[in-house]
Design a protein around this ligand. Structure first.
Ligand code: AMP
Length: 217
């Protein structure tokens, strides 16, 4: 199955995708994670992407589309995948449609004040990339990853000025994809206002139900 997860920054796309892939055996493809990996390695792609990422802007389509094309050509995707963070513009969605057929698009929605609270409290493990939140998903020991013991950090683009820019980019460039995929009959909406720690299971059930109904079509 080939699934796209859509939603504003901070809505929980990465967190929910990590759980879903384990349940249904798909590969998690996050363009944000691929960019961050390239930045960490200091590649030319990473250097180009970084200036946009740090400013809370989208990386230009030609760079992002080229990168995803390479990723989708790899041979680990026989069972399918969940795309988390791609597409984020209509030209990206059109490019994706020319590469492969998507079975379902899950649009995760949450209120703006909740999104801002989630983004500003989010912390990531420097080594394994696991996602925590200072209030919603706190690590057992402050600042330390529960899974590998490495240091947690705040992404530069989770700082206040970048958050505002990212939400603006989302409204202008990504929100039009809701209409795009609705017209194609692929969109299914799931609300995720409650926090992951206490209500994550319920939201996962709603996402699984949406996937099952797409599978039956
Ligand atoms: P994310 O981890 O998905 O929030 O992505 C972090 C940052 O990577 C975004 O704010 C963008 O700068 C960049 N990025 C990730 N995916 C895309 C995409 N599909 N198109 C353009 N930029 C992207």
């Amino acid at each position: 199955m080939k699934i796209v997860i859509l939603g504003a920054p901070g809505v929980g796309k990465g967190t929910y995708t990590s759980v879903l892939i384990k349940k249904i055996g798909l590969v998690h493809i996050s363009t944000g994670d691929i960019f961050r990996e390239q930045v960490k390695k200091g590649t030319s792609l990473g250097t180009k992407a970084r200036q946009f990422m740090d400013a809370g802007k989208l990386v230009p389509d030609e760079i992002t589309i080229g990168m995803i094309k390479e990723r989708l050509a790899q041979d680990d995707l026989h069972n399918g995948f969940i795309l988390d963070g791609f597409p984020r513009t209509v030209p990206q969605a059109e490019a994706l449609a020319s590469m492969t057929d998507i079975d379902a698009v899950l649009n995760i929605v949450a209120d703006r004040d909740i999104i801002i609270q989630r983004l500003s409290g989010r912390r990531l493990c420097r080594k394994c990339g696991h996602i925590f939140h200072v209030q919603n998903i706190p690590p057992k020991v402050e600042g330390i990853c529960d899974y590998c013991g490495s240091e947690l950090y705040q992404r530069d683009d989770d700082k206040p000025e970048a958050i505002t820019k990212r939400l603006q980019e989302y409204e202008e460039k990504t929100a039009p994809l809701i209409v795009y995929y609705t017209q194609k009959g692929l969109l299914r909406e799931v609300t995720a206002n409650e926090d992951f720690k206490t209500h994550g299971d319920k939201i996962i059930r709603k996402l699984m139900k949406a996937i099952e109904s797409a599978r039956r079509m």
